[in-house]
Design a protein around this ligand. Structure first.
Ligand code: SAM
Length: 288
């Protein structure tokens, strides 16, 4: 692409924002990348080739999109902010492999969009809006979507939370879902200086490779995740108390105690002490 059209630096980003009379919208979590080195590394971390279709969530003014479009066969971008659409038409005009869709990713029919564009499967790449990182990742993991991998810039703290196991204060529904559905690897940490405006937190790029089959077998995975949600709603309580008072999964105390005894566990155990495998066993016993 031409040098003038390239967006990955502060001066050009400011110029494009000025040209269209727009500024970063906090309510949409807009922090634009301005570091060409980081942009390169994100695309490299995602392992994109010309055989790939990439689904980019939140292209913004198109900075990361330009890099993805250079490496991928096809790029489908979903952007919620209508004001970005004319900007993207301008900044991506040199590419013929990019489609921009003006929708909220949480309401979009991702499966339908990919099918419509002839994509048997896709890799997700994004600098995510931090205010909805968890719902987006849960949606991408839980729904039966033809997605191979998810390489995303997120808050560093959330990236760390995704990778922890039992016993950590950060262990919870998100780390269990990530472990159930994927192999996760933090690729790099990123300073606030790489964005306009600067976010208040450090960031990290994490890659989740979706497993062909979930990591553990369980009879009813949605029931297991309701149990997990219930267990962590009040994480300081014992599992029996948390579940018998939970809104996500309510069952009587005796049933949970019997299940824990059957598993050879102490009835006063807390949910945060159970592994993914143990949640699966518990779920299978409770749904018998
Ligand atoms: N990709 C650009 C970059 O790296 O410079 C912008 C990233 S910015 C952190 C997040 C982007 O996600 C913004 O463009 C924002 O408007 C968009 N966004 C926020 N909520 C969204 C949603 N629910 N669906 C789709 N896009 C959304």
């Amino acid at each position: 692409m031409s040098k003038e059209a390239y967006l990955g630096n502060p001066a050009r980003t400011a110029e494009v924002l000025n040209k269209f009379g727009i500024s970063a919208q906090k309510r949409y979590g807009q922090n634009f990348l301005i570091d060409s080195n980081i942009l390169e590394k994100i695309v490299k971390s995602a392992g994109i080739t010309k055989d790939d279709t990439v689904l980019e969530i939140g292209p913004g003014i198109g900075t990361l999109t330009q890099h993805i479009a250079n490496s991928a066969g096809k790029v489908i971008c979903v952007e919620i902010d209508t004001k970005m659409i004319p900007v993207l038409e301008y900044t991506l005009s040199e590419f013929d492999n990019v489609t921009v869709i003006n929708q909220d990713i949480l309401k979009a029919d991702i499966k339908g969009i990919l099918a419509e564009h002839g994509a048997g499967s896709a890799k997700v790449v994004a600098n995510l809006p931090y205010y909805i990182t968890t719902p987006i990742i849960m949606e991408l993991l839980e729904k039966d979507l033809p997605i191979e991998s998810i390489t995303v810039m997120i808050q560093k703290e959330v990236a760390e939370r995704m990778q922890v196991g039992p016993g950590s204060k950060d262990y919870g529904a998100l780390s269990l879902a990530v472990a159930f559905y994927s192999n996760a690897e933090v690729k790099m940490t990123v300073s606030p200086n790489c964005f306009i405006p600067r976010p208040n937190v450090d960031s990290a790029v994490i890659r989740l490779d979706k497993l062909k089959e979930p990591r553990v077998s369980v009879k009813n995975k949605s029931e297991m995740f309701r149990i997990i949600k219930g267990a962590f709603e009040q994480r300081r309580k014992t599992l029996t108390n948390a579940l018998s008072h939970s809104s996500a999964y309510k069952t009587d105390k005796k049933k949970i105690e019997d299940a824990l005894i059957q598993m050879g566990k102490n009835v006063n155990i807390r949910g945060e002490e159970l592994t993914l495998e143990e949640f699966a066993v518990l779920s299978d016993i409770l749904s018998q």
